[in-house]
Design a protein around this ligand. Structure first.
Ligand SMILES: Cc1cc2nc3c(=O)[nH]c(=O)nc-3n(C[C@H](O)[C@H](O)[C@H](O)COP(=O)(O)OP(=O)(O)OC[C@H]3O[C@@H](n4cnc5c(N)ncnc54)[C@H](O)[C@@H]3O)c2cc1C
Length: 515
């Protein structure tokens, strides 16, 4: 049974956001504007830009200032729909000269709302070209290209790259934070496929970063997260060819203690056979504990454990690979995903993630599912994504994405519509964090930024942090690219030069190569 997307992403330009318009003010956060542009500044920009400058109060402002997570209602002082690379250079020159805060924005999906402002938003969605070179098996994409368009084109042309299944996520933001795709366990993260990057630095210089050229930047951008070193103008990927990708979704109930015990056995089976070294490396597994949301369809209310399988191979090979799962009792036959009633309106949310390396005992899996069943809201969803396999065999020093030893990544999404629900949701999420504490390896996925992390530097980057900081100081010495969880020294830390990875340390000694 092919798996279904559980939310239907709204089509681009889907009109007024009815949910946001009706929201209780206690459910969202509205950052202060930095400062309005003067008339002279706006005129200066308009005289130089090829794309559109949108100021507060102007037509299109509300639609263009929105970000994915409705928890944040940004009010940028200016939005520039950059039409080309020259526009990006104009924006950077302007914000430097005016000493104005700014954020680069691709698809706007940052969970912590970091791409929404304050100050100027440099919107890259028009930098969305895709150039496929079938002979060389490479594709070059603009820094604001949505991953759905790229995925569709690759599927039509018989090429493959690990990508997620949410079409509007921007490739630039996704790749810089890692890029976990449906086939990542088989082939690695999206960033593992990058061949070359073109990056505009704060002073407008454009540099190329490859394994050989500006190696330190090439290493750092891949995992260091966006809005950090410069604007990624384009990305060149090396592509794979795969002949078959088989999919299945298997469902177990979580409605009673007995059902949850059966589902815990499913998770234990996954842990033993699908989350480690080289067992079934072409079976990619992602699980969700979730409820059906259609009140008129109580039979589908659940909660359910849904196990999505993406197998690189034929249907028959997949059936053989997942035979141990299919043999487990309690699987719900003929599950109709359409009856779950998951809509297109996604309320404000918070996502927290935890990487887990060690094995959980059967009682631990039980405890996790029992905890999920106490959720204060049927919207809340718990995810478990298998790692291991070739994903973990990629050398740790090859990119600033260091999560190469985990068995799985788990994350909890909590949602709310008003202030009271928000409090309950965040409390539930904090209790989940406490429950995960003994299993957590101390790392979190940087593509799911969590503003509550006490030490985000250690959680996202671990031992890569000192070298990342040095790369930041080399390529953006005045910290023009700034935001809450940027690379900056930990208060009180001694100023020690990085010692790892050796190739990056060596590259840091060389001057920036500019084409
Ligand atoms: C619905 C949904 C589904 C998701 N699915 C997955 C998934 O399957 N796998 C996964 O790994 N992640 C997933 N994510 C997380 C996603 O990869 C990150 O949120 C990613 O950073 C989004 O990129 P964006 O361009 O859409 O967002 P933005 O908010 O525009 O950008 C994210 C960050 O990168 C910066 N940035 C963006 N583009 C550039 C650029 N070209 N140059 C410099 N800086 C830039 C922004 O300033 C911001 O700090 C998902 C997120 C959502 C909301």
């Amino acid at each position: 049974m092919p798996h279904k997307r559980l939310y239907a992403p709204p089509p681009k330009g889907h009109g007024p956001d009815r949910l946001a318009a009706a929201m209780d003010p206690a459910s969202f956060e509205e950052p202060q504007a930095a400062r309005p542009l003067t008339e002279a500044e706006a005129a200066w920009l308009r005289a130089r830009l090829h794309g559109r400058l949108i100021l507060p109060g102007e037509e299109g402002y509300a639609e263009n200032s929105r970000v994915f997570n409705k928890r944040y209602r940004p009010r940028p002082d200016a939005i520039v729909n950059a039409a080309d690379e020259a526009d990006v250079a104009v924006c950077l020159a302007f914000v430097r000269e005016a000493d104005m805060a700014f954020r680069v924005r691709g698809g706007g999906h940052n969970f912590a709302g970091y791409s929404g402002g304050p100050g100027m938003v440099i919107d890259l969605t028009l930098l969305d070209t895709i150039t496929l070179d079938p002979q060389a098996a490479t594709v070059t994409v603009g820094g604001g290209c949505p991953q759905g368009r790229l995925g569709d084109l690759l599927a039509q042309s018989g090429f493959h790259l690990p990508l997620g299944d949410w079409p509007s996520v921007g490739v630039g933001g996704y790749m810089q934070g890692g890029g976990y795709g449906l086939t990542s366990r088989s082939f690695g993260m999206n960033l593992d496929h990058v061949r070359s990057l073109r990056v505009m630095l704060a002073d407008g210089r454009i540099v190329t970063a490859t394994e050989r050229e500006n190696h330190d930047l090439w290493w750092a951008v891949r995992g260091g997260t966006g809005n950090m070193f410069g604007v990624v103008l384009s990305i060149q990927y090396g592509l794979r060819r795969i002949s078959n990708l088989a999919e299945a979704s298997l469902v177990w109930g979580l409605r009673t203690g007995a059902e949850r015990a059966q589902a815990a056995r499913v998770l234990l089976t996954l842990q033993r056979g699908y989350m480690r070294g080289d067992e079934v490396p072409h079976t990619n597994i992602s699980c969700m504990a979730m409820f059906g949301l259609n009140d008129d369809d109580p039979a589908y209310r659940g909660p359910w454990l849904i196990v999505d399988v993406d197998h690189v191979g034929s249907e028959a090979q997949m059936q053989a690979a997942i035979a141990p799962l299919l043999a487990l009792p309690g699987q719900v036959p003929d599950f109709d995903f359409d009856r779950l009633g998951r809509g297109t309106e996604i309320p404000p949310l918070s996502r927290h993630s935890r990487y887990v390396t060690r094995d959980l005992a059967p009682a631990d899996w039980d405890g996790l599912l029992e905890f999920y069943a106490t959720t204060p809201s049927t919207l809340n969803t718990l995810y478990i994504q298998a790692a291991g396999g070739p994903l973990n065999a990629i050398p740790r020093e090859s990119a600033a994405f260091i999560h190469r030893s985990a068995a799985f990544l788990t994350f909890l999404d909590v949602f709310w519509h008003d202030g009271a629900e928000k409090e309950a949701a965040l409390d539930y999420q904090a209790r989940w964090g406490a429950l995960m504490e003994p299993f957590w390896n101390g790392r979190c996925y940087q593509n799911f930024p969590d503003p509550t992390l006490v030490d985000y530097r250690a959680a996202y980057w671990g031992e890569a942090f000192p070298a990342l900081l040095a790369v930041k100081q080399k390529y953006d010495p005045h910290a023009v690219f700034r935001f809450q969880q940027m690379l900056e020294p930990r208060p009180g830390d001694p100023d020690e030069p990085p010692v790892w990875p050796p190739r990056v340390v060596e590259s840091l000694r060389r001057p920036i190569a500019v084409a």
